[in-house]
Design a protein around this ligand. Sequence first.
Ligand code: PEP
Ligand code: MG
Length: 762
Amino acid sequence: MPYEWWADFSSWVYDMPDRGVGESESRKLLRRLRDTMAEEAAGQARLDKITHLTADSMGTEVCSIYLFRDEVTLELCATEGLKEAAVHQTRMKLGEGLVGRVAKAGKVVNTADAPAARGFRYMPETGEEIYSSFLGVPIQRLGEKLGVLVVQSRTAREFTSDEVYALEVVAMVLAEMAELGAFVGEGAALAARHTEPRLMRGTMGQEGAAEGHVWLHEPRVVVTNLVADDPTKERARLEEAVQSLQVSVDDLLASAVDPEQRAVLEAYRMFAASKGWMRRMEEDIDRGLSAESAVEKQQSLARARLAQAPDPYLRERLQDLDDLSNRLLRILTGQGNETGAEMPADPILVARNIGPGELLEYGRALKGIVLEEGSVGSHAAIVARALAIPLVIHAGGVTTEALNGDHIMVDGDQGLVHLRPDDTVVGAFRDKMAMQAKALERYASIRDTPCVAACGTRVHLNMNAGLMADLPSLEGSGAEGVGLFRTELQFLVRNQMPKRTELAALYARVLDAAKGKRVNFRTLDIGSDKVLPYMKPNDEPNPALGWRAIRVGLDRPGVMRMQLQALLRAADGRPLTVMFPFIAQFDEFRAGRAEMDKAIARERRLGHPIPEHIEVGAMLETPSLAYAPRKFFEEVDFLSIGGNDLKQFFFAADRENERVRRRYDTLNTSFLTFVEGIVTRCREIGTPLSFCGEDAGRPIEALCLAAIGVETLSMRPASIGPVKHLMMRVDLKALKSVIDDARDGGAQSVRPAVMEHLRELD
Ligand code: PEP
Ligand code: MG
């Protein structure tokens, strides 16, 4: 039974106490709130009225609304019962006082003795000292914190669960009203939502700057009818919508073959049939909410829990519930995926997360991508990089804040997102883009010039690729060939294992597009951070040091054989270059080569043409290979240093771990000396050597690698221009002396000396 987690999960999400149904009072209050909403009134007047109505209906002396002024400051925006003069004066920081505590934790505080409660802070200007009981509930919408709603009374008592619930419903309606702009206007308590400039700090996913307009991957459903008079009718609407949801999930399930997709759909079906979920929504309806508000209320609750979920598996399931709620809302509101909005001409995609396949469907039409979640190594990030689309990940709140069509600027270099930027930001940003465009022009002008350093040293610049979409860059960037073709990308962006014929067709298209330029196909490099969606992940204590790349290829040779055969077929007699990833010792290379020989023999038997020239190389990604027997260097047709992995093993610093991955400089004397040792060995034995890690595309690093004798560098296509431009102006022999002097002088890294030298050149 795959879903043992279900029982635990549902109680974890819905662990609120059961409440009696005292709906008539609450329905009355909701109706009055709705009327307030319908009235023509300024924002402040509406807020005042709501505090009045709520206090009256709940029988408390005080009701106050605190709203966020900025991300960390709450302001008393309306009150019934506290001193009028404190309105718009009393402010507190997130976490400060009881109100701040409610906001920070996103949880209810209910106490009979407020002054004695943890975190209480006395605000003399409000006159609240006489009130003993305090009930505060967060005002939040789909995980976004908007403020806090509080009732207080003199009598020392805890509020009943029924009262807590009633206040939560009011808070929810308030949040929805805020979203609809109900509190904007004369004497405005709130600025209109989604109109202010916002700066979001995320993490860099792919460099580059882009300006455009927001295109939401999943447009927000707008709920306008928050409150309903006829619960029977609303229950029936909900019931019908849930049924049609169940049918649609069943249909999807019937046609889904991919096990991963099936697992998600099974989880959807489980939720869709969940009695707990349904019961909660029906209770909300009985309290006076419309069917869609009831769905949204439970969705908000799940989102709030999502933010706190410790376990990634639980988080995923909560995300399933969230997706399902969106589907249900679409059914109820009739707002389809296509909300009638047209994709702007310069779309910047905004999404919580996105799969690589979906991203490929948008393709190069996108000017930029902003994700609320995601990770640097995610498949979507890999695709964005391959397409060279600026990407910012972890941009908190972007999906709740951005609206379709909003003006947006994405700074992929620094991980910044300017949503609805003001004129100063627009000016500065455009200057930056203009400078980048100028640089691009400069690079274009040297595109077809061979890369020869000022001292006359010829350096070969290749590009890294992995998708068909990369190939046009071979011409555009001026790359001399593809130094690294990461074949795993084809496996990663699909939901199932590709077939040999598909791969053969794809590799043939790659070779066609390369028009005779060399393409180094690397056999499947999976494991570690690259987990195939359709392969059961291995629970390994140390995946980077685990069962990955050639280790998987040799232990389960089926896929590798299929791949080698596909490559031979694709070559169709043309020259072919293949390399094996992550070779740590000689016999792994020999075993890989033996597979190649077997594949050739088989093709020959079948009467298929054999490439006129085949080279089989190895990637040097572990220090051990640098010390392999001389015979290995003689047997291997070429070596390519996978600097990303080599560096992580050389310094024992995980390349995926933000805490340590930048800790050791590539220009660290030890590392450079080590690479130089490999260069020397290769030279002595005559083994062609290249370097294809990320560092090859960083201009200063590229210079130093070339200076110590690496003659071929392979990098992202966008890096070729900047690297070549600098390389052509620098005397590598002089730079080598600078490196040697710094090393002899005891420098830990040669970077300062190199930078100083380059500054002198300017
Ligand atoms: C490397 O390790 O440097 C490399 C090029 O391979 P990947 O980044 O795909 O592991
Ligand atoms: Mg590697």
